[in-house]
Design a protein around this ligand. Structure first.
Ligand code: FAD
Length: 316
């Protein structure tokens, strides 16, 4: 009888967005980015404005990350893009040295009915996953690989391996009609070649665990990383609820409203959530950072995921 393989160490990773102006860029480059990189995440992802609105700035942040030991992950959206435009974009990111992507459909511009605009040649994130694989294979020169045990036999292999992550929605996508539709969508993304899922934020660990159990039962095998966003103020929480359509977390909202230290309330809530996720078997935590390092690092510290000495100066 062979011993069961030990469970892999939980990972952690971060999400950044492209800075909106010179001051925001200076804060990111001078403070948040070095602190987040020094924590040693598995990867740092950089968001991408739907319809390509942040292409250049997203690429700038990714290039900065490429100069560090941390692997950058580029979010890409396909809504509103022709097939040729999406292929060009993927090639541009691959040429820059990015080999990790979060493939998204993206939302149509706010307030415009979907039937009134060109939504692009690619109808779903799954089609973008397939396109990334195709472009990458075409781009990398194929090479012949000897097959072990079969002298003379060769197969064609391409050199690089790309990671392609996709979005998952534990509480359902706002447009989804049913849990089954969300699970089918995720399954289709894996069938298209995705090898990692990152979830939309949520507020209760059970929501994630139940979703993962359903996804496994439906046949999803890829790693599913829970996305956590520390809620540090009432306005931020309200704005996020508006954007994501998530259910209002009543107890957290009340605690934030009643406190004169909402930062600590938000961090403590995220620490409890992170611990419950890891205790329940989550493979790691993906932190939405809002381009700041203080709260995400405090959450990781509290959840026991940081190495001995952290950029916060604390020792765990
Ligand atoms: P898909 O996988 O194609 O669809 C997901 C679900 O959406 C389906 O189950 C379906 O129910 C529903 N759906 C989608 N389109 C329709 C439709 N036309 N009619 C009916 N139902 C539909 N957005 C950005 O612009 N930039 C980012 O960088 C970004 N990063 C994200 C990171 C994460 C981790 C997550 C969870 C979301 C992110 N988003 C980002 C938001 C994302 O683009 C939207 O949630 C979008 O609506 C769905 O994208 P998808 O890739 O999941 O689409």
């Amino acid at each position: 009888m062979t011993a069961a393989a030990p469970a892999a160490c939980p990972t952690f990773s971060f999400e950044l967005f492209p800075p909106r102006d010179a001051a925001a860029e200076a804060a990111l480059v001078g403070s948040a980015l070095p602190a987040l990189v020094a924590a040693g995440p598995e990867f740092i992802s950089v968001t991408y404005g739907a319809s390509g609105s942040t292409r250049g700035v997203s690429l700038d942040v990714l290039r900065r990350l490429l100069a560090t030991p941390v692997k950058p992950m580029a979010h890409l959206t396909c809504v509103g893009s022709s097939y040729a435009e999406a292929s060009r974009l993927i090639r541009e990111f691959l040429d820059a040295g990015v080999t990790s992507f979060l493939a998204l459909r993206g939302d149509p511009p706010a307030g415009v009915p979907e039937e009134e605009i060109f939504l692009g040649d690619l109808g779903s994130a799954g089609e973008l996953v397939q396109l990334i694989h195709r472009v990458q294979k075409e781009r990398v020169p194929f090479r012949q690989v000897e097959l072990p045990g079969l002298p003379g036999a060769k197969r064609i292999a391409s050199g690089e391996k790309v990671t392609i992550a996709v979005a998952a929605f534990p509480n359902g996508h706002p447009r989804s009609r049913s849990r089954a539709q969300d699970l089918d969508t995720l399954l289709a993304k894996e069938a298209a070649g995705a090898n990692l899922a990152i979830t939309q934020l949520f507020f209760e660990a059970d929501e994630f665990h139940a979703f993962v159990a359903d996804a496994r039962a439906a046949g999803v095998t890829m790693r599913i990383l829970p996305g956590i966003m520390p809620m540090l103020s009432v306005p931020r929480l309200r704005r996020i609820l508006e954007l994501t359509g998530e259910r209002e977390p009543t107890a957290l909202l009340r605690a934030l409203e009643a406190s004169d230290d909402p930062f600590s309330v938000g961090v403590d809530h995220a620490i409890r959530l992170g611990r419950a996720l890891l205790d329940g078997g989550a493979p790691g935590l993906h932190l939405y950072t809002f381009n700041r390092h203080e709260a995400p690092l405090a959450v990781l510290d509290g959840a026991g995921l940081l190495p001995l000495t952290t950029p916060t100066g604390k020792t765990s």
